[in-house]
Design a protein. Structure first.
Ligand code: G3I
Length: 357
């Protein structure tokens, strides 16, 4: 009887310590000596008990996936709608998690009113700058107690490396300005509104040599002119075939010549080799994922985090874009994240957490 009791106690102790260790060993803990680990959330992720528990256990930086964007907080001129953005900010305040502000100026998800007059014609540069300043001032001031950095300008550089155009030409900003002055203004207005927040330029396909050079040249010029920019955001929407680790490493090194802060802002590794946001899939329904592709994804993430760890002195935070495959903006077939359709860790999660170096 005594023996059975002893065996049972030992088994219980072992199980308890296993559970404790399993609980403790999470993304944010594993990466504590390296950088913060962030996640872009929707409102379900922070209200559903299971999902919010996953967020709180694993992440120590949060980005609002959509609700802080210009269109959502400022749909009409002078009319603000803070309700959803406040929910994310309050979640961060209540749980002591820092918030990455995303984003102040972007050609997408921004009200047409920013660019046009009541007759639908583009306004002058001066009027645009005035509206930008009002918007930036309002948003930055509302969240300055909790937001530690802002993506001030998002995706302003031309993504077509075969085109001679340096800046994106399909945007209200371009239609009005035909140059990059508005980008500099946005940073000045953000600094004016909060001298303490770190200010970022954020873009995708940042490892493409042509686009990378454009980002580099623009930021270099801004720094030389005294524009208040602190960091570059590498969105990192990657796939199982690329970019190569050599290019990721080179990109971090190049950007670190210019700025003190580099953030990986929107990481996901999709199961296809399409780039950009063109190949999206359904967000509901059954899908069967290819085991070989999942294996490739695991290897890719493993290599990628090796590169990130190696560059820890340059990287402050690595943020995943969405919590789980269940709600990725890319849809279910791309399954680009570390958590699955039920918000449970995939095998790749353990690979990223249990690294050896
Ligand atoms: O909220 C409406 C809903 O009311 C409506 O019924 C539904 C019908 O389509 O649309 C919903 O809005 C969608 C919104 O996401 C919220 O789910 C928009 O259509 C959809 O376009 C929007 O997509 C967002 C996308 O930015 C817009 O370009 C994605 O969720 C978001 O993940 C994505 O995030 C961007 C970053 O901000 C910048 N970098 C690229 C990244 C991925 O595209």
């Amino acid at each position: 009887m005594k023996r059975i009791y002893l065996i049972l106690s030992a088994a219980l102790l072992f199980a308890a310590s296993y559970v404790a260790n399993a609980q403790m060993y999470t993304l944010k803990d594993a990466y504590k000596p390296y950088f913060s680990v962030g996640v872009a959330v929707n409102l379900r992720n922070i209200s559903d008990p299971q999902q919010s528990a996953v967020v709180l256990r694993n992440f120590n930086s949060i980005t609002a996936e959509n609700v802080m964007k210009p269109q959502l907080v400022h749909p009409y001129q002078g009319e603000f709608d803070w309700e959803d953005a406040d929910k994310v900010a309050d979640f961060c305040r209540q749980n002591g998690i820092k918030l990455r502000g995303h984003c102040l100026m972007w050609h997408k998800q921004i009200g047409e009113w920013m660019f046009k007059d009541e007759n639908g014609n583009y306004v002058s540069k001066e009027i645009l700058f005035d509206r930008m300043r009002t918007h930036i001032n309002a948003v930055v001031n509302r969240y300055k107690d909790i937001v530690y950095c802002w993506d001030v300008v998002n995706e302003a550089i031309n993504d077509d490396s075969t085109s001679p155009d340096f800046y994106r030409t399909t945007s209200g900003f371009w239609e009005i300005c035909h140059d990059g002055e508005w980008i500099e203004k946005a940073f000045q207005y953000a600094r004016e509104a909060d001298p303490n927040a770190l200010l970022f330029y954020n873009d995708f396909n940042e490892c493409d040599p042509v686009k990378r050079q454009r980002i580099y040249d623009m930021v270099k010029k801004m720094k030389a002119k005294g524009v208040p920019i602190d960091g570059i955001g590498m969105q990192a929407h990657y796939n199982i075939f690329g970019p190569s680790m050599k290019e990721v490493d080179k990109t971090i090194k190049m950007f670190s010549e210019l700025v003190e802060h580099i953030h990986v802002t929107e990481l996901d590794v999709r199961l296809t080799n399409s780039t950009g946001g063109n190949q999206r899939y359904a967000q509901t329904g059954e899908v069967t994922l290819n085991e070989e592709d999942l294996k490739k994804q695991e290897e890719y993430y493993d290599e990628l985090f090796k590169v990130f760890r190696k560059n820890k002195k340059y990287l402050d935070v690595v943020t995943f874009w969405n919590l789980a495959d269940a709600d990725s903006w890319l849809g279910r077939q791309n399954a680009p994240l570390l958590f699955d359709f039920n918000f449970r860790p995939k095998p790749v999660y353990r690979t990223v957490v249990n690294f050896k170096d």
